[in-house]
Design a protein around this ligand. Structure first.
Ligand code: SF4
Length: 348
């Protein structure tokens, strides 16, 4: 099957299914973006008593990793935040990426999509892309709920996750003794009309005769307030993006960012913002069909950014890779500046 078709097939929503009793799963893989909903999934798995040895945090590094890293769209802190979470709870963390991440795919020119990599315990595995259609991208992902045109999620996250799960020797099982794998992710129905239609439990597309994989969205019917309540219970420091006023955490330069978020990015990380501006000019294609990035940022406001001494502390944390586990538990918990601001600026 060629790579383009394979990705489209993988994007079809799975068939609705029912969970097994939780103790029958051999591994519980949490698709961990470091955002509030996937973190709530982790807290919930711990509260349900799932043994830590079975839980793994799988993070797709959207700027790539190792020698295939290009700083472009992501928050620099994210991988070290997830690493710190894993250390705090004694849970395995793993990282997957496509070569040079979204940057590499954006600049794809008459070539196959990039290879896929997986990092675990300092060891990198590599799956070359050998099949598919040579093609040229050089267009930003569309601001659409349709994953066929919003290619960033498909090529940098969904397909990368599936390639690793389908090929990594530790997740294969056998016909005689199939593995039961639970893939947990944090979509919530409250976020959009599209997500409102998601099933809570599906047979995951990586299932086969040797491996039964269920996709479970355990917080699908939670409200945002419930999500923050589980942070408060643990006095847990949210990803610094929330502390700075972002209402969602995934890519720093998410294509869905509102005018306020672009203005805030330009304020705290002008070099990163300028890089995207230059890329729009190079491609002669804008992220938002209505405005250039500069025009959109000019429409935004900085009022969400903290105005006290915490601003420099949170900016320093967000733009560095030095987050440590001792940063994670707050002395006094407070709702971050980005909380309860709705789902605007996120995928549909
Ligand atoms: S966070 Fe935004 S830019 Fe990043 S992969 Fe998702 S939709 Fe694309």
């Amino acid at each position: 099957m060629n790579c383009e078709i394979m990705i489209e097939t993988q994007l079809e929503r799975g068939q609705q299914d029912e969970l097994l009793p939780l103790d029958q799963y051999d591994k519980v893989l949490i698709a961990e973006s470091a955002g509030k909903d996937s973190m709530a999934c982790l807290f919930h798995m711990l509260d349900l008593g799932i043994p830590k040895e079975k839980i793994e945090l799988w993070h797709q590094s959207i700027d790539g990793g190792g020698e295939q890293h290009t700083e472009f769209l992501d928050w620099p802190v994210t991988e070290s935040y997830i690493e710190a979470v894993g250390q705090l709870y004694g849970i395995k963390t793993t990282y997957q990426w496509r070569s040079h991440g979204i940057y590499g795919e954006l600049l794809r020119q008459d070539s196959l999509t990039g290879d896929v990599y997986h990092l675990e315990d300092g060891e990198i595995r590599h799956w070359p892309t050998t099949r598919g259609k040579r093609s040229t991208r050089r267009r930003w992902p569309a601001m659409s709920a349709d994953l066929r045109t919003r290619w960033c999620s498909a090529y940098a996250k969904i397909d990368v996750f599936a390639r690793v799960l389908s090929n990594h020797p530790d997740y294969q099982g056998s016909k005689e003794k199939p593995l039961n794998i639970l893939v947990v992710s944090g979509e919530r129905r409250e976020e959009s009309a599209n997500r409102a239609r998601y099933h809570e439990v599906e047979l995951h597309r990586c299932s086969n005769k040797k491996r039964r994989v269920h996709a479970w969205r355990p917080v699908i019917d939670w409200s945002e307030r419930q999500i923050w309540d589980v942070y408060e219970k643990r006095r847990f420091l949210p990803h610094p993006a929330y502390l700075l006023g972002w209402n969602r955490t995934s890519c720093f330069g998410c294509i869905f960012s509102t005018a306020d978020l672009w203005a805030m990015m330009r304020e705290i990380a002008p070099d990163r913002f300028d890089r995207l501006v230059r890329m729009e000019k190079e491609l002669q294609h804008t992220i938002d069909p209505k405005w250039t990035l500069e025009e959109k940022a000019n429409l935004g406001s900085l009022k969400r950014l903290p105005t006290d001494a915490r601003l420099s502390r949170w900016v320093e944390l967000a733009l560095n890779r030095s987050f440590v586990a001792s940063d994670l538990i707050m002395e006094a918990w407070e709702l971050p500046a980005g909380a309860m601001r709705g789902a605007a600026g996120g995928p549909g």
